[in-house]
Structure formats: structure tokens, C-alpha cells
Design a protein around this ligand. Structure first.
Ligand code: APR
Length: 170
């Protein structure tokens, strides 16, 4: 039985096999959680990202975690919110789905997700959380994950995820 939990805090501190980054298509760093992960991982992360040649929105690519506690970073590129009629839901779902595939490929037992796209990219928190929880939950059985963390940086996001997990009885 996979343990799914909501943690309020800084994803760079979590002792998990993989953390997910909310990156941009260049994969060359930025602000928000992207900036925090690059700062904590050190310069080698940027060099590894430079070799990836970018990433399409709605997908994710992998690097080692370097100086992070996590062994891997899955750099997911979420959609910028543009009113909800430009395929944003599908692209956000693609980020979580690709990360669950990568978790299988890298035989990851524990993973932490930030609330992808809900900061600078302005994706509505509740709608994004529902996509995240549903997509992850639908692909749990096919994974070998023992622990999934939704890492929320603010209280409102943490409450949204906590309520969703309770209502879904996950
Ligand atoms: N740990 C966990 N979550 C964090 C952290 C952190 N250290 N820092 C920020 N967050 C949260 C934000 O509060 C938000 O809930 O991550 C979520 C995603 O917000 P952003 O980091 O702004 O990411 P996003 O909205 O996907 O925008 C991505 O921002 O930083 C740039 O390079 C990035 O261009 C890309 C864009």
C-alpha cells in the first residue's frame, strides 16, 4: 500500500529518491521551486540540464540530484495558465503522468511533487491539485512507489491537497 501524504515545506530538504521540479522549457533554472532546487543542488545541476536540450511543456526530463538529499530530479515543465481553453489541463496531467513513468523507469520508491504551474504560471490551485491527485492515484498501481509526497510551500495549497486526499479517501 503506497503511503500518500501532504507535507508543508521546502521540497529541497526532503529525504526522498526523487523530487519533481517545476521548470521551464529551457531547463536552465528560474525562480520559485526551480530556483530553490538549483541553489540547493549546486552548479553541477545546471551543467547537467544544459546537456538535456530543453523539455517540451507537459513532459519531464531527469538529472541526478547532486548536492540535494534526493538522488534524482525530475524536471517537469507545466503549462502557463491561459484561461483553461488552451489544453492546460492535459499538459499539466502530462507532467504528472511522465513523472510517474520516470518513477517506474528509475525504480524510485519515494517521490515528492511541488504544486506544478500554480505559482508564476498562475494555474488555479484547486484545479491543479485535482489533476495532480487524480493522475498520480491512477498510475500508482503500475509503479513501485512506496511513498508519494505532495510538498506544499504555502498553507492554502496544503489545505487543498489535504481535503482532496481525504475526499478521495486516498
Ligand atoms: N519547495 C516546494 N514548493 C515550492 C518551493 C520550495 N522550495 N518554492 C516554491 N514552491 C511552490 C510555489 O509556492 C508553488 O506552489 O511551487 C509551486 C510552483 O510555483 P513556481 O515555482 O512558481 O512554478 P510554476 O508556477 O510551475 O512556474 C514555473 O517559474 O521559477 C520559474 O523557471 C520556472 O519558468 C518556470 C516557472
Amino acid at each position: 500500500m503506497t503511503q500518500i501524504e501532504v507535507v508543508r515545506g521546502d521540497i529541497t530538504k526532503l529525504q526522498v529518491d526523487a523530487i519533481v521540479n517545476a521548470a521551464n522549457t529551457s531547463l536552465l533554472g528560474g525562480g520559485g521551486v526551480d530556483g530553490a532546487i538549483h541553489r540547493a543542488a549546486g552548479m553541477e545541476l545546471l551543467r547537467a540540464c544544459e546537456r538535456l536540450g530543453g523539455c517540451l511543456t507537459g513532459s519531464a526530463k531527469v538529472t541526478p540530484g547532486f548536492e540535494l538529499p534526493a538522488e534524482w530530479v525530475f524536471h517537469a515543465v507545466g503549462p502557463v495558465w491561459n484561461g483553461g481553453t488552451h489544453g492546460e489541463d492535459t499538459k499539466l496531467e502530462g507532467c504528472y503522468s511522465r513523472c510517474m513513468e520516470l518513477a517506474r523507469e528509475y525504480d524510485v520508491k519515494s517521490i515528492a511533487f511541488p504544486a506544478i504551474s500554480t505559482g508564476v504560471y498562475h494555474f488555479p490551485r484547486q484545479r491543479a491539485a485535482r489533476i495532480a491527485v487524480t493522475t498520480v492515484n491512477n498510475q500508482l498501481e503500475a509503479s513501485n512507489l512506496e511513498r508519494v509526497i505532495f510538498c506544499c510551500f504555502d498553507e492554502m495549497t496544503a489545505e487543498i491537497y489535504t481535503r482532496l486526499l481525504r475526499n478521495h479517501r486516498i
